[in-house]
Design a binder for this molecule. Structure first.
Ligand SMILES: Cc1cc2nc3c(=O)[nH]c(=O)nc-3n(C[C@H](O)[C@H](O)[C@H](O)COP(=O)(O)OP(=O)(O)OC[C@H]3O[C@@H](n4cnc5c(N)ncnc54)[C@H](O)[C@@H]3O)c2cc1C
Ligand SMILES: NC(=O)c1ccc[n+]([C@@H]2O[C@H](COP(=O)([O-])OP(=O)(O)OC[C@H]3O[C@@H](n4cnc5c(N)ncnc54)[C@H](O)[C@@H]3O)[C@@H](O)[C@H]2O)c1
Length: 446
């Protein structure tokens, strides 16, 4: 079978671009070895945020503890898991139906290259003028004794019962977010991390505050501990670290990162360059073989590996293949959120980058103090803004329950270089956190 474009993978790095190409008349196929629409839909963002819902509600109730409410409800995990299956399990088929509307073929199986224009899937051969490598990543497995005893993020998002205790190895996105959910659902959680802090890419003050608040809820942190062995004795699992510490729990999760899916595809033999970070691309998302592009998490890149960046790259590649652009890919400011309780968000130039440069100034906005009435007594809400010498907003770090929505309100302000006059001409619904932030921000802009 011959196609104009074949995407390997069917996640966000693939299907958005596939739709654009198919709607422009191209013959398009997606190859998928697991579930249609990939990690975010089936084993990542969507399932995670659904399971986080009741934990977030409990957290909001806690904001009113002692000033009008008590925490009187509990999470019933098996019911919540049944609800997750009800909502998430049909999503891959629903996505397949949406893709069928544009006559996009979905071929199930593992794709591997025969030559630079041909792949095999289940012994069938397919050719295309262009390919897009969109294979994503899979959970990392620590190279230590007993690694087979650990579970991964997929297992967590499918837990039929919440274990009484668990260990997260790694205080990154997944370890921190899942710890927040598990603690709210009644599990005794320990996080073992080899660095001296959590979430290295987020503002250090805000991350430390999140760690303090998680600790106050009962989550235990062991920083500066590199895991070197996992063992089992009956129902008890032990995690030993190079520093001589041992931690015990009913279940251990390896949340030490993700690795690109570039194996068993003959990429090297057709000349596609890869490294530990994934598939190497130029500034047009082209691999070392000009007609083969790469998109999303599988790309070796410094841009955050997130659903919206995968979507952006997929749409950009479609534009290139349709001849609608010859320009290099240019990312707008990328917002990123960690769904801990409380939340944190980050966009554009970070506070750490700003501290190292004369080009930027950082200002604190004590959002809680001024916006408490609008933000459900969120005493933790704070924002640090990064301005350039022209007093334009170029970045921000946020902490607080409204951080995920608030960071989105900053997207147009950064991308379109809004001035104070632009904000003054804008009307927002009030009283809301998203009206308070631009109102406070206007004081700092040119
Ligand atoms: C637990 C978790 C929570 C997350 N939460 C968030 C969040 O809140 N916000 C956010 O923005 N991002 C989040 N992410 C990250 C987000 O899921 C990814 O950035 C996004 O899914 C990347 O999309 P992709 O299309 O590049 O890869 P994927 O969605 O991983 O899709 C790749 C697909 O390719 C298939 N594949 C691989 N190799 C082959 C092959 N040889 N042949 C055929 N098929 C193949 C795989 O089966 C997979 O379905 C989360 C990730 C995880 C794991
Ligand atoms: N909210 C979101 O946007 C979101 C949520 C979940 C996942 N994701 C995506 O998934 C990716 C993977 O997330 P992740 O949390 O698995 O990885 P991560 O890279 O964010 O964090 C891994 C952590 O494990 C630690 N670690 C590594 N080896 C260790 C060892 N031997 N002992 C102890 N600690 C060790 C690292 O220092 C790091 O802090 C993210 O980078 C992101 O792209 C995004």
């Amino acid at each position: 079978m011959k196609y104009d474009v074949i995407f390997i993978g069917s996640g966000h790095a693939a299907w958005h671009g596939a739709q654009e190409l198919a709607r422009a008349g191209k013959r398009v196929a997606l190859i998928e070895q697991e579930k249609v629409s990939g990690t975010c839909t089936n084993f990542g963002c969507n399932a995670k945020i659904l399971l986080d819902g009741p934990a977030e509600l409990l957290h909001h109730l806690h904001n009113y503890h002692g000033i009008g409410m008590n925490d009187a409800v509990n999470i019933v995990w098996p019911e919540l898991m049944a609800y997750k299956h009800q909502v998430i399990d049909p999503m891959d088929e629903a996505m397949a139906q949406i893709l069928a509307v544009d006559d996009i073929d979905i071929i199930f199986g593992h794709a591997s290259f025969v030559d630079a224009h041909t792949i095999t899937v289940n012994d069938d051969t397919y050719t295309a003028d262009n390919f897009v490598l969109a294979m994503g990543q899979r959970p990392a497995k620590l190279p230590v004794t007993g690694t087979e005893l650990t579970h991964d993020s997929k297992d967590f998002l499918d837990l039929p019962e919440m274990p009484k205790s668990m260990i997260m190895i790694g205080a990154g996105f997944i370890g921190m977010e899942f710890a927040s959910i598990a603690q709210a659902a009644g599990s005794d959680v320990t996080i073992v991390e080899y660095a001296d802090r959590a979430l290295a890419n987020f503002d250090a003050d805000y991350t430390n505050r999140v760690v303090e608040l998680m600790t106050a809820k009962g989550i235990k942190f062991a920083f500066n501990n590199a895991v070197e062995q996992i063992s089992q004795d009956g129902d008890v699992f032990s995690v030993k670290t190079a520093q001589g510490n041992t931690f015990q729990a009913d279940m251990v999760f390896d949340t030490t990162g993700r690795v690109p899916n570039t194996d068993d595809m003959n990429l090297a033999s057709i000349g596609v360059e890869t490294n530990r970070g994934g598939v190497v691309v130029n500034d047009h998302m082209q691999t070392s073989v000009a007609h083969i592009y790469a998109s999303g998490d599988v790309v070796a890149k410094t841009t955050p590996r997130l659903t919206p960046t995968a979507t952006f790259e997929s749409l950009y590649i479609a534009d290139v293949l349709l001849g609608q652009t010859t320009a290099a890919i240019a990312y707008p400011a990328v917002p990123s959120v960690t769904f801990t309780l409380p939340r944190m968000a980050q966009i554009g130039v970070s506070t750490a980058e700003a501290a190292d440069s004369d080009e930027y100034n950082v200002y604190d906005i004590n959002f809680a103090q001024l916006g408490m009435f609008a933000s459900h007594h969120d005493t933790e809400a704070k924002v640090k803004i990064v301005l350039n010498q022209q007093k334009q907003l170029v970045g921000a770090a946020l902490i607080g329950d409204a951080a995920p929505e608030l960071v989105n309100t900053l997207v147009p302000i950064i991308n379109h270089k809004y001035t104070k006059a632009d904000l003054n001409k804008t009307i927002y619904a009030f009283p809301t956190p998203s009206a308070m932030l631009p109102m406070l921000l206007a004081n700092f802009l040119a």
